[in-house]
Design a protein around this ligand. Sequence first.
Ligand SMILES: *Cc1c(COP(=O)(O)O)cnc(C)c1O
Ligand code: SF4
Length: 437
Amino acid sequence: MEPDRSKIQPRYRAYGRKHIGRIRQLDRLSRDRLIELEVASAVLPFRVNDYVLDELIDWTDIPSDPIYQLTFPQAAMLDRADYFRLRGLLMGGADGEVVRHAAREIQMGMNPHPAGQMELNVPVLNGAELPGCQHKYRETVLFFPRAGQTCHAYCTYCFRWPQFVGVERLKFAMHEIDLLVSYLRQHQEVTNVLVTGGDPMVMSSALLRKNIEPLLGDGLDHVTSIRIGTKALSYWPYRFVSDHDAEDLLRLFEEVRSSGRQLALMAHFSHPRELRTGVVREALRRVRDAGAVVRCQAPLIRHVNDSSEVWADLWREEVRLGLVPYYMFVARNTGPRAYFEVPLAESLRIFSDAFVHVSGLGRTIRGPVMSATPGKVLVVGDANVNHQKVFVLKMIQGRDPEWVNRVFFARFDPWATWFDQLEPASGSWDSFFEPSV
Ligand SMILES: *Cc1c(COP(=O)(O)O)cnc(C)c1O
Ligand code: SF4
């Protein structure tokens, strides 16, 4: 399908809390809703751009619209008492510093660093830690390029961004890619590098090239795939179509391909609507023409995509467009989780109801999956074992590769939302993995 050229914008404009008065779509909201946005966004900073505002949000359906929920903070995402305390400060004209301090306190109560992900699994090269990298699963190294630690828009449920604000700046930052290359040369077991963020696609093509080309160099034949985790196809598809360096980006993808490797975009699509604009279809056509594979993943989020119809529609649309459904995640235990979380039992029902309504082409999807401390835990189903109702779980990635593909049982609990709330069905967890969650 040809993109609507009139919708192709040469210039990227993003808006945050400071610009609430300048977002013309917000004019139609009531004064109460605007106050709500101002208060909630002191804790959950938002960022949107013209594409999200003009093309993704249905402004006749506020506040229920899923993309509005995905990008605009709501009062109910905060604890009631916190919300009213902050509202009082703001309405009472409190000093900016006082408001910031109160907001910071509330943020700190929202578990901004779940499971110590950034501190654990840091690779070590010749006795020194590798900045901006993580090596948890044998075959895959995660690489967080410093310049890619923000996003084109922010998802309200995501607490990654404050994590990056405070990331310690290391002295030898300029060499992080060289250190990674040295590390990979010593680790023949690594088959792929996942470049992630934030969103690496906020970087210029030239900068991205500096972070990717070295991975195609000598002594790295064992690295057969480069993956890039991104939400840009959803939040700013112009990145691949009309941004000034879009062509250069596609050439970079082609270079990875012609080095004999797979270039995979691990694309974050939360709702089928994100796949339906002219420009996203054009972007997908271009990245696929450049030889990239697009694999799709997203968390299941209350108020955004908590229905089996939405997921079945999403997977069908992905298959139609030649994309590969990959993971349906359980929302992490961070941020406004009470607002967004869906119990595992309900997630399983939503997943299964959607799964039975797609063909085998869509059943490349795996879920619901929790990225927990010991590994990625798949909720396979529920069952009765020895007259007890259980969740059947399977480790599909493990800190110890020996755990992978092992099945184990947890006591069925209709309300549990995360792995740490589950109890082993037989009194203690199977001995194959450490019980630490
Ligand atoms: C999910 C994840 C990966 C990639 O896992 P795949 O199953 O290969 O997609 C790698 N490292 C970490 C820490 C992860 O959470
Ligand atoms: S795109 Fe990803 S990293 Fe960025 S705000 Fe959304 S969930 Fe977080």
